[in-house]
Design a binder for this molecule. Structure first.
Ligand code: SF4
Length: 380
């Protein structure tokens, strides 16, 4: 039985009123931009593979990277990884508080503990003291799949209330120990339960909240389910940092996260694509163009809107409003840059490289303009 998503939200604190914690160079809470996290999924003991994946994640815009620490060997690897990457690193620890202590000693920037599997009060206190000395935050991360028995209902199933209360109980334990660099998360695969649990956490505490739909699935369905759940929460002002959990390459998690945040106007990072669905009027291969451009411009993190439109019905307006726009005709297209038509009747085979070069030229002009304006500001 899952809780209804329709619960009162009028007593929720605005995002700006949540406490702030710092994870290396990234602030979470206090109205800071909603940060994007992901998690490596190669063997944590394979330093080379983990470092390579962290570097790919950072290049894709990931701001905080979590690494699983399942055993002692992973702690040794973590120490090497820490020495090689500057990205904010979170150690994901379950079952054994000694791994948490060792990970803190290895120089991580944040710790994730699961209240469902580390419950001994003395162990939690020792970890809190070590994290306090190191000056790093702890995410209390409850998952519906690993709740302690006392938080399950009579039939042994998780509920929104139990999920929230499991996290809140450990939050209060940490607070009583004098530790307040806390981030809270309550995640389930069920969107309604996750939303209801987050609303309860948001009402009951002012610590920043990490949101996500866990075990969401592969890119297509998982991305959709995450967009629905995170979209509801973010629209209500819940969520100071997030991870989109997808099975597969974690870089897809980062791309999906930014797409969700862009669609709500919460972050501007990366390209927003306005691509028409095509119809019987379409006379260019718009899908091929979209695929080619999305692959070619994969590395762009600057905020930019690109419109790819099949014909002039809605095309001219959309293309003019975008930073770069294409309006299709009969195997040809017009190309707009910053509202001006710069090219007309471009053959469709030439379109991908021409549009890409216009995008790169525009980004370069904007970068030069930004540097010039920063230089002028310094000299005033
Ligand atoms: Fe059809 Fe033109 Fe609309 Fe695209 S923009 S869906 S081609 S009418």
């Amino acid at each position: 039985m899952t809780a209804s998503v329709r619960e009162p939200t009028d007593r929720l604190r605005p995002r700006a009123e949540r406490r702030v914690v710092r994870v290396r160079c990234v602030e979470i809470g206090g109205g800071s931009p909603v940060s994007v996290q992901s998690m490596t999924n190669v063997d944590s003991c394979d330093v080379e593979a983990t470092v390579t994946q962290i570097e790919r994640l950072v290049r894709s815009g990931c701001e905080i990277v979590r690494v699983a620490v399942p055993h002692r060997d992973a702690v040794a690897a973590l120490r090497e990884i820490r020495a090689r990457v500057d990205a904010p690193l979170v150690a994901d620890v379950h079952f054994d508080h000694r791994l948490a202590l060792a990970a803190i000693d290895a120089g991580i920037d944040k710790l994730r503990l699961n209240p469902g599997n580390i419950q001994n009060a003395d162990h939690i206190a020792r970890v809190a003291d070590a994290a306090g000395t190191a000056g790093i935050p702890i995410r209390v991360g409850a998952n519906s799949g690993s709740l302690a028995k006392r938080f399950l209902d009579a039939s042994g199933r998780p509920t929104a209330r139990g999920l929230a209360d499991s996290a809140l109980e450990e939050v209060h334990q940490l607070e009583r120990r004098g530790f307040d660099r806390i981030v809270v998360s309550v995640k389930g695969a069920d969107v309604s339960m996750t939303v209801a649990a987050n609303r309860r956490v948001a009402r009951e505490t002012d610590h920043p909240i990490h949101i996500g739909i866990t075990e969401a699935g592969t890119a297509w369905e998982g991305g959709l389910r995450s967009a629905v759940g995170l979209g509801i929460l973010l629209t209500e002002g819940i969520g100071d940092t997030l991870r989109v959990s997808l099975t597969g390459d974690p870089v897809a998690e980062v791309r999906t996260a930014f797409a969700i945040l862009r669609s709500l106007g919460l972050r501007q990072r990366g390209i927003t694509w306005h691509i028409c669905p095509t119809c019987g009027r379409t006379r260019i291969d718009l899908l091929r163009l979209a695929d080619a451009l999305q692959a070619a411009l994969d590395d762009v993190l600057e905020s930019l809107t690109i419109a790819l439109m099949g014909c002039s019905v809605n095309g001219i307006g959309e293309a003019r409003d975008a930073d770069v726009g294409v309006v299709g005709g009969d195997r040809r297209a017009a190309v707009y840059v910053e509202g001006q038509q710069l090219h007309h009747a471009v053959g469709e085979d030439a379109l991908p490289s021409l549009v890409e070069s216009e995008v790169r030229a525009l980004l370069s002009r904007r970068s030069i303009a930004r540097q010039a304006s920063a230089g002028n500001a310094r000299s005033v």
